[in-house]
Design a protein around this ligand. Sequence first.
Ligand SMILES: [Zn+2]
Length: 341
Amino acid sequence: MTYGDSLGIVWDERFREISFSHPMIRDVSKSRIVRFRELVSTLNVYFISPKPATYEDLLEVHDESLLRKIKEVSSLPYIGFLDSGDTVHYPGMFDDILLVAGSTLTAIFMSRFFDSIYIPLGGFHHATRSRSMGFCPINDVNLAISRLMKMGERVALVDVDAHHANGVEEMFYDKPVLKINIFAYDGKFFPGTGDYRRRGKGEGTGYNFNVGLPLGSADDSFQEALRLLDVVEDFKPSVLLVVAGVDGHKDDGLKSLNLTTNSFNLLGLKVSRLARRVNARIISFGGGGYGPGSAPSMFSFVKGLMGNRSEDEMPTQDEEKKAYVKKLVDLLLERLPSSLE
Ligand SMILES: [Zn+2]
């Protein structure tokens, strides 16, 4: 059942009802998953049922104190917050967390049968070992990286989202996992991390790349940032993880970047071609997305993964921002360690 541009989508009907976002945008965040499911039914994809993770699986990347706390509040009969006001808890939430984390593990297990796997409800990259934050009670990306490393895989992560993947950077800053982050940045925009000078330490020196796009950056800047994919090619991963967050779309409710669906299609196309050249499997995540452009952007990304080019919206441009991003990418490309081995 493999070969060609085969795509597996991890899907459970419960995904329609799961959101860890702020109560103000929970409905938007749920409806994009529902809409995506409708759109994707027109494609020739395989649906994979996730097996829930266990408490022990989560202990691999989280402190027991955090897990105990989430489990506890998940039995309360009301909705509240896990952090200072972003990430909700609600009755029965812990089971949803196990399903989300299990989706990652199922994707790892099934990835040998597909060119690419996509988990629409995944990419909770803000949570740290001990703390839930930014709509992320736990960190499924960290679980994926940790598990793959234990299996002896060579792991690269391309994390595209309006928000910097602070939780991943923190856990793997000193590990030889290649991390390319493309996000909106002005030093204050959530979560505030993502300085380009943060290049890793110890065994992870030279493996951390932060491409902070100025707020309002357009498709042309995003395209510049994707030049960093050359680094992934040099690294020759056996598994390429891609967080394809779509909250940088121009119509997103959290207003950050000015991207169109074309950028997400280009991302899908480029990573799938790259993975084929280096013979890597792709496991990708839906990431953030809080607006009417979210589901179409996810759909465009998935079409790109399958090798289909689509230009659905008028591309956006901003020469000035693009010039800045070009400089930043040039700077980062020059600062590659002499050997990635
Ligand atoms: Zn985000």
